[in-house]
Design a binder for this molecule. Structure first.
Ligand code: SAM
Ligand code: SF4
Length: 335
């Protein structure tokens, strides 16, 4: 897809959606076992199948040439991958405008300085509850205190304001909607509840249905307790969160609604898995192998070819019904 002038076309799918946002899952491994994400006894991939960080960088470089401007480093838990801080620096040096990370926060505090030096633009920390016992129940690890300390420490760095992502689950953490929302009154935090997605091989969907709670209900319940929320206009129309602010709050409160109001029509994402596959859509099992192209003699044009093939088959919309549960977990795809 090169023009005669050696200028490469912007990667665009068959529905005319620009693909300019890459999420790289640097590892499928994790130090937590969140119930909605993976089973306690998950089998991780043999390390021999995992791309090196240099190979991931080559892939990112090929994406950059096709107009991808934003990269999120995720996993699994990205901070368990050795060298990931250096990798963030490499991505910035390549020229990406926006390099961000999603982490469970467990190893964040000790890596904050390095990440800031490497040029990380923002961090999203996943935190579903403010209650240590419930945290241990959800994540199957008793690490609330360490994650909370990391959140507080991140607020003291140039990474502030930090984004907090909480997966909403009826009967588990919906009693904390106002406590989480209240954080935005005190701290410069962007707290967002994400609708639970049926992504953990929960095929009959009954467990999913009993836990699911919509973004709309979350907003209503937050307003009942804490007063009106004022909508905030989005800088980036492709951003999935609907964000609001309570009067005078330093932070914002919002919801991400992939199930009740899917944002497929404005999806600009592609995902690279740690084992070298491109996922054009989180909500289908579709993937395109790219490892051979990355390891070929002339990798950049070979990757471009695979990227254009992927763009061609990116579906108009993912399947979001519980019955259509996916069999790769979020940690394998790179949430
Ligand atoms: N380990 C890191 C973390 O937890 O932030 C990064 C990877 S994790 C897969 C990325 C995000 O996916 C987290 O915010 C997590 O809460 C979310 N997630 C995982 N499984 C999910 C599910 N079934 N529904 C909704 N969000 C989910
Ligand atoms: Fe690990 Fe993140 Fe999945 Fe939790 S959500 S198990 S922290 S990858």
């Amino acid at each position: 897809m090169e023009t005669g002038e050696d200028v490469l076309a912007q990667l665009t799918d068959s529905y005319n959606r620009k693909m300019d946002y890459l999420r790289i899952s640097v590892t499928d491994r994790c130090n937590f076992r969140c119930q909605y994400c993976m089973p306690e006894d998950i089998q991780f991939q043999d390390k021999s199948h995992i791309l090196t960080l240099e190979e991931m960088l080559t892939f990112a470089e090929a994406c950059l040439e096709l107009g991808v401007t934003k990269v999120r480093v995720t996993g699994g838990e990205p901070l368990v991958r050795r060298g990931v801080v250096k990798f963030v620096g490499w991505l910035k040096d390549l020229g990406f405008e926006d390099v961000t990370m999603t982490t469970n926060g467990f190893l964040l505090k000790e890596n904050l300085e390095g990440l800031v030096e490497a040029g990380l633009d923002r961090v999203n920390i996943s935190l579903d509850t403010l209650q240590p016992e419930k945290f241990a129940f959800i994540t199957r690890r008793n690490h609330f205190q360490k994650v909370w300390e990391a959140v507080m420490a991140a607020l003291e760095t140039p990474l502030s304001p930090v984004k907090i992502n909480a997966v909403a689950m009826r009967g588990v953490n919906d009693d904390e909607i106002s406590d989480m929302a209240r954080l935005t009154l005190e701290y410069p935090m962007h707290v967002r509840f994400i609708e639970l997605m049926p992504l953990n091989g929960d095929t009959d969907g009954s467990r999913f249905r009993s836990l699911f709670i919509s973004g709309r209900e979350i907003l209503e319940r937050a307003q009942e307790e804490l007063g009106d929320l004022r909508p905030i206009e989005k800088d980036d129309p492709a951003a999935p969160a609907d964000e609001f602010r309570f009067d005078g709050a330093p932070g914002t409160f919002g919801v991400i609604t992939p199930v009740s109001e899917p944002f497929c029509a404005r999806c600009s994402r592609l995902r690279l898995t740690a084992d070298g596959k491109i996922h054009p859509c989180l909500l289908t099992d579709l993937d395109v192998p790219v490892k051979d192209a990355i390891r070929s003699e002339n990798p950049i044009p070979a990757i471009h070819k695979v990227l254009w093939e992927t763009a061609r088959i990116k579906p108009a919309a993912g399947l979001t019904l519980p019955e259509e549960s996916r069999h790769r977990t979020m940690s394998q795809i790179g949430g």
